[in-house]
Ligand binder design. Sequence first.
Ligand code: PLP
Length: 431
Amino acid sequence: HILVKKNFFFDQYYQHNGPVIAKQLIGDALRHRVESIDHESCDPGDEDTFFVSDLGEVYRQHMRWKKNLPRVKPFYAVKCNPDPKVIQLLAGLGTGFDCASKAEIEQVLDMGVDPTRIIYAQPCKTNSYVRYVANKGVKQMTFDNADELRKIAKLFPDAELYLRILTDDSSSLCRLSLKFGASLDSTDELLALAKDLGLNVVGVSFHVGSGASDPFAFLKAVQDAKTVFEQAYTYGFDMKTLDVGGGFSGDTFDQMARVLRQALDEYFPPHISIIAEPGRYYVSSAFTIACNIIARRTIENPATGKASYMAYLNDGLYGNFSSIMFDHQHPIAKVLRSGTRTYYNTPFADGLPEAVNAGIEYSIWGPTCDGIDRITESIRFAQELDVGDWLYFEDMGAYTKCSATKFNGFSDNHDVIYVCSEPGARAIMDF
Ligand code: PLP
């Protein structure tokens, strides 16, 4: 398979100046695209929002993972951003994939990935999807309740099951344990039922919540998982794997990884395989989005004599900024192009400090009719921005495009321009 032929790149570390090269490549891609648009005469859609994705950043995150968590094999959480090039790169780098639905599983299988590299990590599955995975040989899946065990016993008794346990996810951005996970006082009963049904429990999984901020949530979850492993041994299950879920993010990764690494070494002997389901960690910083200012409303302030503006973009909360609603994010606008000048990655691109009341104040809005569709309440820029100018937002790779809608008839499918700041990733992708 083309996807796995270049495995020798696994051990090659990223280039020292990769992030600097990334800035240049992303800047060139943004500039080239926006400068090619004639706002006076372009066709509908030509000025649409677009992404620039640096696959080199995904590669760097993978190398960072291998360095910090060498024992843990990542299964990328496709839901976070099912971008085909990201999946192709990660497949080439040898990761597994965490899929939540038939469509995600199909997408990964269609790329030539072996079914053993997929975990169907959804504790409450659709019957017909279970029949589908049984047919395709995707055996690994999670469960957290008795009804699901009975479903699996009927539809796929040979499945390799992970008992997903509840965690303390109170420090995370998106709490998942409100919905999923077996409490520790129910695990013994579930294991007994699995035994009665003749099912094959092979591991334990957990998720400390997406955007987790307390590394000790991992420690507690690993300790709880150890307790459930011991319970499972008493029922005669051959427990092989611990799945430590997702919840990692770029800024806190090193600290989280340290706590997790130590906990794993303390509680799980080397013959137990460890896997994880990182999503956000891999893609958040790899995508930058550029949006066009389609309309502007001037707000006069007679008291100060200074005008402020409402800037309306061609993307918002119902589109790629869905992360504001669903993922509790606060994307920060920067000026990409104002008039005939491009400002990417210059100090003039950034907002000005509120404290000094400098520059011109803007609120930033999406294009739909809904008042909730506001990206930024207040930000100040040195430039006077007008219709046709462009803003950009970094760190837009996680839970953005995948949860965009077509509300009000706006497109939910925007171009992605790929660049690649790492030779190792370029070789895998035949860039
Ligand atoms: N695994 C499961 C089961 C999830 O529900 C999620 C996110 O919702 C993830 C992994 C990915 O989490 P994250 O993006 O925080 O790494």
